[in-house]
Design a protein around this ligand. Structure first.
Ligand code: NAD
Length: 351
């Protein structure tokens, strides 16, 4: 990592589709005010890239991430039909982004729960997401039988388990809950549980481990999410549970995510391109802003990350400046202006 004082960190910036450019503009404005060290390489992705270059992930976009190994990505619309593979799956595979980190915590008071603070670590490259599927035709019905297989490898389970345990230790978390369905999918998720337990032996002096079956976990999360700390789970279960926990704290507008591998990391909002509100100036940029805070943590700028999170909390909780999805009336611009005021006020504390 370059010297803290002088460093500039090259990073790829993909504004994305739909509300992407609006929330990315707000985020870059805030990062600039924070004096974040990123030196942006702006490249295209999604529908804009399809229109210009016939590919939602053109070569220059991939080349940029190969160079920088670090990206902030707006949501990309996945083109329907036309044989395009999911952009997100392609990125995860290409850069081996095997851990998907999704933290959620209560920001808006007065919801169903006040003290939710959960970090979900989802395996990002294996399980049922490998897409090994086919149909068996019977008596003229080409889709009479559908077959889908999942793949988990010991190595894949080990590396994501180590990621989750390392994250828990580094961030002063106390407990990791492994979520699985090893009572039914005995091989596929049984291997995951087995390897998580094996790996845990090297961390048992610092954190605790328990485990839940996915269905019981879903119910317990709804009944009392404060019982959970770090959740470690497989690809499909993680996909479902991360939306569930986002719903516990006010929805997708507040949920950031990081796709992290050994060599590269891509940060983004969990939500999509929201075509229904694109161009109206009402999108909530908080999820992308919190993803940017994760990116600051990733490069060792945790003070700036904290200032950013404190500003978000202050604007939403105390100033009560909120976008429509949170029941407020503020436009994207008004909300961002309120954040800028908080960040400028915090400037002496950062110096
Ligand atoms: P979506 O997340 O875009 O929208 C779901 C609902 O949430 C919409 O009503 C939308 O207006 C609202 N919403 C989402 N983000 C918001 C924000 N920041 N502020 C205020 N409201 C917000 O999901 P979708 O409609 O199913 O998907 C739209 C497109 O996005 C699809 O093409 C999908 O493939 C793509 N997508 C991309 C990503 C990604 O790039 N990471 C993730 C999910 C979906």
């Amino acid at each position: 990592m370059p010297n803290q004082a002088t460093r500039k960190i090259p990073a790829t910036l993909i504004p994305g589709d739909g509300i992407g450019p609006e929330i990315m503009h707000a985020t870059v404005r805030v990062l600039t005010a924070l004096d974040a060290p990123f030196e942006w390489e702006e490249v295209m992705g999604g529908m804009a890239a399809v229109a210009r270059q016939g590919d939602p992930l053109p070569k220059e976009t991939m080349d940029s991430i190969r160079r920088t190994r670090l990206a902030l990505k707006g949501p990309l619309t996945t083109p329907v039909g036309g044989g395009y593979r999911s952009v997100n799956v392609r990125l995860r595979e290409e850069f081996e982004l095997y851990a998907n980190l999704r933290p959620v915590r209560t920001i808006v008071p007065g919801g169903r729960y006040e003290d939710v603070d959960i970090v979900l670590v989802r395996e990002n490259t294996e399980g049922f997401y490998v897409g090994f599927e086919h149909f068996i035709p019977i008596k003229g019905d080409p889709h009479a039988v559908a077959i889908g297989s999942g793949v988990n490898t010991r190595e894949g389970c080990r590396r994501v388990a180590e990621f989750a345990f390392d994250y828990a230790v580094k961030n002063n978390r106390k407990n990791v809950t492994c979520v699985h369905k090893a009572n039914i999918l005995k091989a596929l998720t049984g291997l995951f549980l087995e390897e998580v337990r094996e790996c845990f032996k090297r961390y048992s002096d610092r954190i605790t481990l328990d485990d839940r079956i996915i269905d019981a976990c879903a119910m317990q999360l709804v009944l009392d999410p404060t019982k959970f700390d770090v959740i470690l789970t497989t690809n499909l279960f993680g996909d479902i549970l991360s939306d569930l926990i986002a719903g516990l704290v006010g929805g997708l507008g507040l949920a950031p995510g990081g796709n992290i591998g050994t060599e590269a990391a891509i940060f983004e909002a969990v939500h999509g391109s929201a075509p229904d509100i694109a161009g109206k100036g009402v999108a909530n940029p908080t999820a992308l802003l919190l993803a940017a805070a994760m990116m600051l943590d990733y490069v060792g700028e945790s003070t700036k990350a904290r200032v950013l999170r404190d500003a978000v909390d202050g604007v939403i909780r105390d100033d009560k400046v909120r976008t429509r999805d949170l029941g407020g009336k503020a436009s994207t611009l008004e909300y961002t202006d309120a954040l800028m005021r908080r960040i400028e006020a915090a400037a002496p504390a950062r110096a």
